[in-house]
Design a protein around this ligand. Sequence first.
Ligand code: PMP
Length: 409
Amino acid sequence: MSASTDYPIDAIRADFPMLKRPMNGRPLVYLDSAATTHKPQQVIDRLSRFYSEEYATVRRGAYSLSHASTALFEGVRAQAAAFFNAGRPEEIVFVRGVTEAVNLVATAIWSRLRPGDEVLVSTMEHHSNIVPWQLVAARAGAIVRPIPIDDRGELDLEALEGMLSEKTRLVSVVHVSNGLGTVNPVAEVARLAHSVGALCMVDGAQSAPHMAIDVQALGCDLFACSGHKMLGPTGVGVLWGRYDVLASLDPYQGGGEMIDVVTFDGTTFDDPPYRFEAGTPAFAQVVGFGAALSYLSALGMDRIADWDAHLLDYATAALDTVPGLRRIGTAAHRSGLVSFVIDGTHPADIGSILDQEGIAIRVGQHCVQPVMARFGLHSTARASFGVYTTTAEVDALVRGLHTARDILV
Ligand code: PMP
């Protein structure tokens, strides 16, 4: 049976209350899931139940409620470890999202960087996988170098190979580009990084919502994702790291719960993951994130990936019928979204006209200014998909684009 016939799209949509609300007098057509996804009732109910019946701080309390809350929190750590096929639960660090994960790793490896050392990132990185490295590189006298991409938006692996040297400390690449949709060969990138003894980090913000992630099979050392893009609450994400790698990293933030012994003569730190979780964690959000992982697991990540591929094929063909539309990002392997421009129009005007029709897309630079520069653009329009997106919504988008063209061109 094909993905399009065995995927329970109607039942899925019924789970998402936000999808039932109208927008500007029309049914909401939400095509901005790469920015953030809506939440199924199961996640909303789990959060509500936790706050109404189970809420108490984690780790600190001497009372039953706190023990139970801690057990739930640590249970989600174990669930996330299984979801990503981590070696053990202690390899899962709860963070706010990819942005915090990259800042954590950049700060944690800062003391290891020497003048002239290099961190390689691709030209298609989100700013959150560029700027944190630049901040620490500037302090250490190290250099952040971009790995080039070609006209289709594919990573130039030969160029990467040529850039690697004994100066390379870390290679960090996005798994799926939020600007282009490119799926990068991260296992190959990890292999190349390791060939010169460098670490490999993967930004999974756009891959984790759409495909099964097996961090051990990817072969990288560190992997990050954001819960709010995976049907979960805001304010929670995961940094996975191979345990020996995490154990070799300095702390990121100081504070409660990340320490072993504190004196004014010096402080020693707890083991990972707690060393990296200073202060009261976002434990309610973590519990909600557990419900989101359960939802995704019940649906099946492979089925979600099949549905995504079906939507992408459908949208690619449908968008190519719009006169003057040029897709930006035509890599052989893509996922989750389509970025485009239409001759004679500005993406911001397209966004406003679609909004009047109840269609929500993202327009702008998508936090990937180097990608825009690479393609000689200031901005693009981007339609991105979630587990609940339908081909009928893609049809609505295409109709809206014809209307926008009639008005603007
Ligand atoms: N990387 C990519 C590829 C993204 O799409 C995003 C979010 N747009 C991020 C990193 C940053 O994620 P967050 O804002 O959740 O930290």
